[in-house]
Design a binder for this molecule. Structure first.
Ligand code: SAM
Length: 363
């Protein structure tokens, strides 16, 4: 039936050619993204930001790498429009404006950090295709670099913004933290946010729980390196979490939709708040409706993360697989169902990809 229809429908060759061109660009960009990740992990972008126009041999020598590989990587960077090339001098240079979004500590944020997710999810392809057939889920161990990449992501998105833009969302909390309160970060990952808070507020006590032992081990090292003693990290499956009225401030950063029982956890977090306490939640700010996300920043990237990581991780725990784009509407409804009568929603100017909720028990 479909075949017969195809034979009788005139093909719009211009549209088909334009689309083929677009597919070519997508494949090219995907390849460049993998090589941007290589540039970040090897430190080549950071190095090039400090070098004048240099030959591939000079760059390789400065990095301590094999020239042949560096030259091939540079070819991707030049044809990808990232590195400037002087063909006469055979020198390569990373323009300052490009270094401003591809290097550690860069003024505009380091986009190369996010590029690392592309090869990470690519490496899971066979496992995910198996999941398409079986309907099974995955486990964190299927993504060996996940927590390290997530920690770098969080460092930029959450930790760097914590004191100037994030904490002020929770009216009165800075003063209470200065006086001394109990704080929980649910699904704390490698603990960057909690260590930063613990260092800033020595009178308060901080607890971080996460399912994954490798993330918690990193968090403990991080706390030791920062010499903070008012933070405690523990490996804990938050399924069935039930610590009644133990905390004054609870946070979760991008840690609800992957859970085995997201609604159960939100109910538990509501019950764990003391009178007058607040719960600050960050999650992906897309809509629950696909049609609303067509122009959402990085929408295809986020749905890819959902299909290859967030959805299967939740399914693998026996969860509902809400996915990365579960939507702010779903999140808000679930927060209210958990018993938060007062739920404020914020989108920060510098970060349109995420949504922030400040939740209080209300009346
Ligand atoms: C996307 S990561 C975010 C980590 C951290 N909050 C950050 O911003 O870097 C989600 C975290 O939720 C944790 N998680 C998922 N399911 C969990 C569960 N059942 N119990 C405890 N933690 C869980 C994962 O181990 C992971 O560290």
């Amino acid at each position: 039936m479909t075949h017969a229809l195809a034979e009788t429908t005139a093909l719009d060759f211009h549209a088909a050619e334009a689309f083929a061109g677009r597919i070519g660009e997508i494949i090219n960009s995907g390849a460049i993204a993998v090589m941007i990740s290589v540039g970040h992990k090897t430190g080549l972008f950071d190095l090039m930001a400090t070098l004048p126009a240099s030959t591939s041999q000079e760059i390789a020598d400065a990095a301590g790498f094999a020239e042949r590989y560096v030259r091939e990587w540079l070819a991707v960077m030049v044809t990808g429009g990232i590195v400037a090339y002087d063909a006469d001098a055979r020198t390569y240079r990373l323009p300052e404006e490009h270094a401003a979004c591809l290097t550690r500590g860069a003024a505009l944020g380091n986009f190369a950090v996010y590029a690392q997710f592309v090869p990470m999810v690519g490496a899971t392809q066979d496992r995910i295709i198996e999941c398409f057939r079986t309907g099974e889920g995955t486990h964190y161990a299927d993504y060996p670099c996940f927590h390290a990449i997530m920690a770098e992501d969080s460092e930029q998105t959450v930790v760097a913004q914590m004191f100037d833009t994030i904490l002020p969302l929770v009216a009165g909390m800075r003063e209470r933290l200065e006086q001394g309160v109990d704080v929980l970060d649910a699904g704390c990952g490698s603990g960057g946010a909690l260590v930063a808070l613990a260092a800033a507020f020595p009178n308060s006590r901080f607890t971080g729980y996460d399912l994954c032992g490798d993330a918690i081990a990193t968090a403990k090292k991080h706390a030791a390196a920062a010499c903070v003693s008012n933070v405690n990290f523990e490996v804990r499956d938050l399924t069935g979490f039930d610590e009644r009225e133990r905390y004054d401030f609870i946070t979760s950063f991008d840690a609800i939709h992957d859970q085995k029982d997201p609604q159960g956890l939100l109910n538990g977090l509501r019950g764990a708040l003391r009178k007058g306490g607040a719960y600050l939640v960050q999650d992906i700010g897309g809509s629950a409706a696909l049609e609303n996300n067509i122009d959402f920043p990085f929408a295809a990237f986020l749905y890819t993360a959902s299909c290859t990581h967030c959805t299967p991780i939740s399914l693998g725990q026996g969860g509902p697989g809400l996915g990365t784009m579960w939507g702010w509407e779903t999140a808000e409804t679930m927060l209210r169902q958990a018993g938060f009568g007062d739920v404020e929603r914020h989108v920060l100017e510098h970060d349109p990809m995420n949504v922030w909720f400040v939740c209080r028990p209300g009346e």
